[in-house]
Write a protein that binds this ligand. Structure first.
Ligand code: C2E
Ligand code: CA
Ligand code: CA
Ligand code: CA
Length: 279
């Protein structure tokens, strides 16, 4: 009978989700944190495995909640995507990251800045103008900015995504396909995009030094990427053995805890200084 079924149905009722009030309050707090400029960006260096040269950084958001403490991005980014708050977060992140990039440039460090975009950003028609304004404000050329986007984000609504990504690429902003190898592979779409970089998902990289199968996969992705004219970055490099293998395989860039964790601006500057000193 229908009555007896009701509690069961309720389990799946979004409005009755027991975590909903908590999630809503977290999103309210995120909105406030964005408005009050209370979030931070950490920067993880990207380096050439063959030369050891640091050529870029990925900006990763950090949120210390006044009561809950550190909230990992994997837990609030999906929520922010659901509620649409991600657009505000992305705009905040772009401004913060480009200002940081301009500060590095003024200090003589010519680094490309990578910023993550989410699927909802691809529907933000005002984003290209926003980026133009930020580039003008910071005096950076468009090729100093790289936007990372996952295949699954593109595949949600591929035609709209491609139109948006082309508008961004037309300005000279570079595009990177993030988490490459774990989404639906979509070369039919990728070849319609002026992609500069593919980023091998860290699941293939973290045990690279001890897993023959991962070595075969990574080697193949590097070759495929190069044949298509892309630069290839490996993320999640956690030990010297993996970094050496990537150098051998001709991987263009590497990123991971073995090289450096995501660093706050002061620690990033120290890293650059010690690195330039040949450490
Ligand atoms: P992602 O874009 O794939 O970022 C890489 C994640 O791997 C980061 O986690 C980074 O700290 C972590 N990582 C880096 N090196 C290593 C390593 O050697 N080993 C391991 N195990 N992990 C490593 P994080 O900062 O917690 O971010 C998680 C995800 O949250 C990101 O994955 C990205 O999807 C999202 N995210 C972070 N910041 C932003 C942002 O500002 N905007 C958007 N849209 N998404 C963001
Ligand atoms: Ca990324
Ligand atoms: Ca990634
Ligand atoms: Ca990811």
């Amino acid at each position: 009978n229908a009555r007896a079924a009701e509690p069961y149905v309720r389990l799946y009722d979004h409005a009755a989700d027991p975590h909903r009030p908590e999630r809503l309050s977290l999103m309210g707090d995120l909105k406030i944190a964005i408005e009050q400029d209370a979030l931070e960006l950490a920067y993880q260096p990207k380096l050439e495995p063959q030369t050891g040269r640091v050529v870029g950084a990925e900006a990763l958001v950090r949120w210390t909640h006044p009561r809950r403490g550190f909230v990992p991005p994997d837990s609030f980014i999906p929520l922010a995507e659901e509620t649409g708050a991600i657009r505000h977060l992305t705009r905040w992140g772009l401004r913060r990251a480009l200002r940081q990039s301009a500060a590095w440039a003024a200090a003589g460090h010519d680094l490309r800045m990578s910023v993550n975009l989410s699927v909802r950003d691809l529907g933000d028609a005002a984003l290209p103008d926003r980026i133009d304004a930020l580039l003008a404000e910071t005096g950076l050329t468009a090729d100093r900015l790289m936007l990372e986007i996952t295949e699954s984000a593109i595949m949600g609504e591929p035609e709209a995504a491609i139109a948006m990504l082309r508008r961004l690429a037309d300005r000279g902003v570079e595009l990177s396909i993030d988490d490459f190898g774990v989404g639906q592979s979509s070369f039919a779409y990728l070849r319609r995009l002026p992609v500069r970089e593919i980023k091998i998902d860290r699941s293939f990289v973290k045990a690279l030094d001890e897993t023959a199968q991962d070595q075969a996969i990574v080697r193949s992705i590097i070759e495929l990427g190069h044949n298509l004219g892309y630069k290839v970055t490996a993320e999640g490099v956690e030990n010297a053995g993996s970094l050496n293998l990537l150098a051998e395989m001709g991987c263009d860039l590497a990123q991971g805890y073995y090289i450096a964790r995501p660093l706050m601006p002061g620690a990033f500057a120290d890293f650059l200084a010690s690195h330039a000193a040949g450490e």
